[in-house]
Structure formats: C-alpha cells, structure tokens
Design a protein around this ligand. Structure first.
Ligand SMILES: Nc1ncnc2c1ncn2[C@@H]1O[C@H](COP(=O)(O)OP(=O)(O)OP(=O)(O)O)[C@@H](O)[C@H]1O
Ligand SMILES: [Mg+2]
Length: 398
C-alpha cells in the first residue's frame, strides 16, 4: 500500500518559483521610460561622481522593487566591466517594521569587515550610529547606493533622508560618495517629508503607473513560459488573468498571483490544465489572500477591533455604535490575553482608520433632539476572512 504522497506523480509547474515574490525577473517588460529615468539618475556612478538621489513611487505590484533590483544588477555588472570605474556598493534595506537606528545599524554591519564585531543593538544613540557608518564608508571609498524599500514604514524617515544625502556636503565623508533611493507605495508619505528632504530626495522622481491589459499579458506570457509546462495552459487564460488584473488594480503581482493560484487549482482537481475558468476560480482565492495580508499589516489593536466587528457580524449584531463595539472589543482583547485600550476615543480612532482603509462602512444617524448624531459601523468585507486570518496570526504567535 502506498502512503499519502504515492499517487502524486504529476505537476503542472516546470519552475514554480517564477510565480513567487522570491523571483527577480532578468527581463523587465514595458517599463522603458522608468528604466531610462533611472539610467539618467545613476549614470554618474560610472564616472566616479555622486549620483542623483531617486524617489520611486506608485501603487502596489507595479514593478518598483523589480525594476530597482534590475537596475542595480545592471549597474553593478557595468561597473565590473570598466577598468576606471570606482567600486560600487549597493545596500538594500526593507524598512517594513524598522526604526532608523536599526536601519543604520544594518547598513554599518553590511559595510563592516565581516570579521569585525557587529554594531550594538542598543546602548548607543543615532548620532553614534551615523558616525560609525561614515567611518566604514570612508574606509571603503567608492560609491555607496542605499535603497530604502517601503520607506514610508520607517519611524522617522525624515532624519535618515536628511542625513545621508548631505553626508559629503557636511564633511562627514571625504572619500566615499553616496546616493539614496527611496521607494514607497504611499502617496501621502511624500507630503509628510520636510521641504529640505523633499528637495534632495526628489532630484529624480520616478512614478510607476498601473499596467494595462496588454502590458500584463506580455509580462504573464513570459512568466507562464518559464513557470508552467507547455501543454498546460492556453493563451485565453493568460489574456483573462491580464484583463482581470488590469480592470482591478493594474498590478503585475495580482496578475501573477492569479496564474499561480489557477495552477494550484488545476493540480488539485487533477486536470493539470489552466483555462479561463481556472483563472476565474482563482480570483476569489487571490482576493482573500490580499485581504489577509492587508489585515496582517494592521497594528495589534486595530486587528482586535476588526476581529470584534467580524464576531459581531457573525452574531448578527451589526451595525453597531462605537460604545457597543468597545464593550465587545474589551472581551475580545482579554480572550487573547491582551490589555484592552481603555478610552472610547482610542476605539473611535481605530474605527475611523479602519473605515478609511476600506474595512468598515460608517453611517451617520440622526436621532433628532433626544438622541443627537452618532455613527454606526458595519464590516465591509467577508467576516470569514477576518476570523480565519486572526486565528492564523494567533496560532503563529503561540
Ligand atoms: N515590468 C515588469 N516585468 C516583469 N515582471 C514584473 C514587471 N513589473 C512587475 N513585475 C513582477 O510583478 C511582481 C510585483 O512587482 P514588484 O514587487 O516590483 O512591485 P512593487 O511596485 O515593488 O510593489 P509594492 O509596492 O507592493 O512593494 C513581481 O513578481 C515582479 O517581478
Ligand atoms: Mg516593492
């Protein structure tokens, strides 16, 4: 008798990694303008001059990270071929959930001789950290390009972005040259920066716009060719995935996710074939996955408020006022051994944030002279996804 895996002999995927985030494409399609702008901003590196700083923005899944990675690889390769070019060092930091101190510390440790001690996690201030970084950079000489991806997540981006580009002008560096590349999918982030920082960081601004169906189709065709077996999908399926993603967000990530999930479905049902129907079915899975990621991005208390609303929705208790939600929230928080936030105001702030993010619906009620005005809240998404995601998060934490 065979085991649970014995009968699995077939797979639809030739190289599944190609359809995941891990994969960086060696060919970038349909971003010639953006690549041209990047080229102009960075070309000075080839001549030992300080490059321009770059700010890259655009919504999720539009190729900001992919194009940046591609440009860095291309620049590094080019520098290698030129005898007279100075050495180039590229630092890639994802700023998701990190502080400026942690970020600078990570830069120091990357720049440092691997034999040397790591810069301490705590005990020293930010000024010490910058000083150590400059020491390392000058020791190495050459050009240092700092990429800060998802920079809007940083606690104090302003300080970092003020310091680094000015390091030479302020005589902190004599030998090394620096360039800063900031990447963000948050349009309001730009507005929050101080005017001086805006001026320096935005020497070159590269904005990424949503892909249309043709562009997505081209991207998907290349991916499908590498990822899926030849006889396992048709062009109509690719066109369908491209059209759906173009109509919704214009995101290449969404289009690729649709193809991967359709492939998974085709393996599960034993058909080993991706057609338009499979893409259509994958839609719901991808939507739930995206929603789940969005929930994970929220702070603990925002998640608890959301979970409260999901529980209330399931119990048929919505719409509800903030006061009622607060009472239920306190129970939910305690059930997860978390101390609840104590003021109604803080719950109301979470409720209005969650409304802005599209998780909740808010209706204004007017009870006339006796009742006055108040808001009622409802969940604007499937409570099942919220509860499932919260359960997963809690069990991962255990
Ligand atoms: N022009 C392109 N050619 C080939 N692949 C692309 C292109 N644009 C995006 N992709 C692919 O689409 C996916 C999403 O792109 P990427 O991660 O670069 O998005 P992003 O703009 O950085 O999004 P986020 O703001 O969420 O970080 C990746 O798998 C990437 O390889
Ligand atoms: Mg990115």
């Amino acid at each position: 008798m065979g085991g649970p895996f014995t009968d699995i002999t077939e797979t639809i995927f030739e190289d599944k990694v190609v359809l995941t985030e891990e994969y960086s494409p060696d060919e970038i399609l349909k971003r010639d303008d953006e690549i041209g702008q990047y080229r102009d901003a960075l070309k000075d590196v080839l001549f030992g001059r300080q490059p321009q700083n770059v700010f890259v923005y655009g919504k999720a899944g539009l190729g900001k990270t992919a194009v940046t990675t591609y440009m860095m690889q291309a620049l590094e390769a080019e520098v290698q071929t030129r005898d007279h070019a100075e050495q180039l060092f590229v630092y890639k930091e994802n700023c998701n959930r990190s502080t400026v101190y942690q970020t600078v510390r990570s830069l120091i440790n990357t720049a440092r001789d691997p034999e040397a001690d790591a810069f301490p996690k705590r005990g020293l201030g930010l000024a010490n950290a910058f000083e150590s970084l400059y020491e390392e950079l000058d020791r190495l000489g050459g050009t240092h390009l700092f990429i800060f991806d998802e920079i809007d997540h940083l606690d104090d981006a302003d300080t970092l972005l003020y310091e680094l580009p000015r390091a030479r002008a302020n005589d902190h560096l004599s030998d090394a040259k620096v360039g800063v590349i900031g990447i963000s999918n948050n349009y309001t982030f730009r507005q929050q920066l101080s005017p001086k920082v805006k001026d320096t960081l935005m020497e070159t601004e590269i904005s990424f716009s949503p892909y249309d169906a043709d562009a997505l189709q081209a991207i998907l065709e290349t991916r499908a060719e590498a990822a899926l077996r030849d006889d396992s999908y048709d062009r109509a399926a690719i066109a369908k995935a491209a059209a759906l993603a173009a109509r919704d967000t214009g995101s290449a990530r969404q289009a690729i996710d649709l193809l991967r999930e359709a492939g998974n479905l085709a393996e599960r049902d034993g058909s080993y074939y991706v057609d338009e129907d499979k893409i259509e079915h994958a839609r719901d899975i991808v939507r739930r996955g995206r929603l789940s990621n969005k929930i994970r991005d929220q702070t603990t208390h925002a998640q608890l408020v959301l979970e409260t609303l999901a529980r209330m929705a399931r119990a048929g208790e919505l719409p509800a006022r903030s006061k009622e939600i607060q009472q239920r929230y306190e129970q939910v928080a305690r059930s997860h051994a978390t101390d609840p936030l104590t003021t109604l105001k803080s719950i109301q702030t979470h409720l209005s944030d969650l409304t802005m993010l599209g998780f909740l619906l808010r209706t204004e009620r007017n009870e006339g002279l006796s009742g006055g005005y108040y808001y009622e809240y409802e969940l604007d998404l499937d409570e099942g996804v919220v509860l499932e995601t919260r359960e997963q998060i809690e069990s991962e934490a255990r």
